[in-house]
Design a protein around this ligand. Sequence first.
Ligand code: NAD
Length: 358
Amino acid sequence: MPLSKILVLAGDGIGPEIVAEAVKVLNALRAEGAIDVALEEGLVGGAAYDAAGDPLPEETLEAARVADAILLGAVGGPKWEPLPISKRPEKGLLGLRAGLGLFANLRPAILYPQLADASTLKPEVVSGLDIMIVRELTGGIYFGQPRGVETLPTGERRGFNTLVYTESEVERICRVAFEIAMKRSRRVCSVDKANVLECTELWREVATRTARDYPEIELSHLYVDNAAMQLVRAPKQFDVMVTTNMFGDILSDCAAMLTGSIGMLPSASLNASGQGMYEPIHGSAPDIAGRGVANPLATILSVAMMLRYSLGAPAAADRIEGAVSKVLDQGLRTADILSAGMSEVGTGEIGDAVVAAL
Ligand code: NAD
């Protein structure tokens, strides 16, 4: 494996604590020669605003552009909420996504058998759950123009947004989903609202057309309302789901919560050249920041995704995922996933245990 450059952006709140544990794991693999990586640190979010007056300093964006992959903790917190939107920590995240063209958001929802009782659903409904949601991340209604709030001649205000997708945008996200499905059970469910929205009627047509290049893929379609219902009724029917930016935003949070453990779920956001940003799905958890109790496993599992999707090191990724499973087998738990009979440990102990289990 050639030397890969990783930009580490710890961010705010629990970000620095959880990222430190992920870096421990990277360094352990590097020390034994399993991976060849160079780490560089940068500022993003509230931390960047405090240091440089900007949640995404030009220096950080430039470092991100030349990195092979980015590891991000989380951004945000009450301290920065009074700031104008353009200066808020979340702008740093959106700026990275847009600046790097990270159009494909991969969000696995995996229920570790050791944590089956963490879900709010019955164990038999969720045990063995392993879904990959592929969400379009740089288009759709979150970016469409025109948008805004206008005042009508009557004095009443009218808010409007535009749902827009080009054929090429739909095709490229479907290809990402199909390629991932080829390495899994080869089933993809495309989620739209084709019965009401012309834009997603086109989405369905392009998904169907693109699937012809993947004869081994079994493609199905669901309307988003039905997909939401099916996710909580019988989630194990799904393998890979592919959908628009907004539908994916909502469905991936729903799927994540089926597993009951926000501190366990990683994510990847990829661009056309395979460069990616990897981060836990949770936020900066200001309520527990600085106490050494945050669960670092989502961030550690984000490193596994990074090795698999951007750095071409699937064996090292498998080892990290296996080590996390071993640590759960040992009964070690941070407070968020604690259950009867298990031992409560802190952020650093979990990181050390993963390194030992590698
Ligand atoms: P959150 O995900 O930070 O926290 C929700 C709850 O889950 C909290 O009780 C928190 O303590 C707990 N939690 C989250 N991660 C945990 C972990 N690793 N271990 C143990 N417990 C964990 O969501 P929120 O409270 O709505 O948002 C807090 C801040 O994070 C806000 O400023 C928000 O804008 C920001 N945020 C950032 C991102 C991101 O950086 N990608 C995502 C979501 C929210």
